[in-house]
Design a protein around this ligand. Sequence first.
Ligand code: GTP
Ligand code: MG
Ligand code: ZN
Length: 371
Amino acid sequence: MNFDIDALLGIGWPAREAWPSGWEAVVDAHPGARPARVTEQHRSGYVVAEAIDDAQSAESLPEWQRPRCEPTSRAAVGDWVLVEGEPGKLRIVALLPRISVIKRAAAGEHYKQQLIAANVDTAFVVTGLDADFNVRRIERYLLLLKGGGVQPVVVLTKQDIADDAPGAVAALAMLAEQDIPVRSVNARDADSVAALHPWLGPGQTVVLVGSSGAGKSTLTNTLLGRSRMKTAAVRESDARGRHTTTHRALIAMPQGACLIDTPGMRELKPTGEEQLDEAAFADIEALAAQCRFRDCRHENEPGCALREAVRRGELDPGRFANYLKLRDELTAAAQVLEARQAKPAEARKVQKRPSPRRGADDDDDEYDQYE
Ligand SMILES: Nc1nc2c(ncn2[C@@H]2O[C@H](COP(=O)(O)OP(=O)(O)OP(=O)(O)O)[C@@H](O)[C@H]2O)c(=O)[nH]1
Ligand SMILES: [Mg+2]
Ligand SMILES: [Zn+2]
């Protein structure tokens, strides 16, 4: 295939050895096509880039528009696709295999997976050092991210207005011990956010996740050096944001990386494919090996090392309770997933989505509308 590798490197084209096997076969099957990266996803189609600062709308593959198409088999922001056609008239003809993917179970009653971003190296879990700060929510994010093969970094914003930034960092000591970096910054200040430059080198792709109002777009703008994303003040009473960002966007950064800003997420449900032992609970998993029963559920069994550690004050009861809660959610989701995989796709009932309340360009898969 004939394509401009230098232009693609500017938007994060991976090294040859990083690609999953089979990608060359997809490329060879489309000799007239060229690679592009999905930078925005909308109801009506995609925006893709073939180089830095490029933005072209592209028609999606017809099969992705069918209601029965699994959301995970359609392209998401960060994906590499093959396109054909003249600029302005691009058509996506194939999706290249993913190197990594971040997903969650979508909000709502029915089980449905939702992609947050694809081909990401690092995820910044953005949390404000105001009423947004919540260790349990951070642990939940880490469970989802670790499952996707992505390096998490906890980014605490609003350091400049925080009452107790050192206390918050101390509350996350367990994470730092598990090699999950924690940084606190003033997202409005360029010198302060330079603490994040180590993850923003050329070839890297970083996604920002976190609740609405946490400062994801503020951070994007400061790192970029100009006001590209809209930002808005949070509600004074409880520091909650107003869902200012409504779709995901991939932006090439002056530091060399590509950054994906996302809309704030309210609900984060595991898909059932995550592994607790890979998540941010290595300390608890290690301790659980000392329970008297190998299959200890850490509920009422005698000789439970975890409950004993809580009793002795060596394990934070909130952290322990969150571990059990996430474990149970994970088990339940894994069962639903298994049952679905056992059934042929045609037999599955197509779930009707609530009708969108936002503009026609927005994909209601994109963000929470259940607030
Ligand atoms: N003082 C201070 N304000 C901040 C900081 N980070 C964000 N803010 C403010 O917090 C508010 C919300 O920031 P946004 O960047 O819009 O938040 P967001 O995470 O993008 O929110 P959504 O797009 O709704 O998901 C804005 O008023 C920002 O100026 C910070 O580090 N310090
Ligand atoms: Mg935003
Ligand atoms: Zn136990």
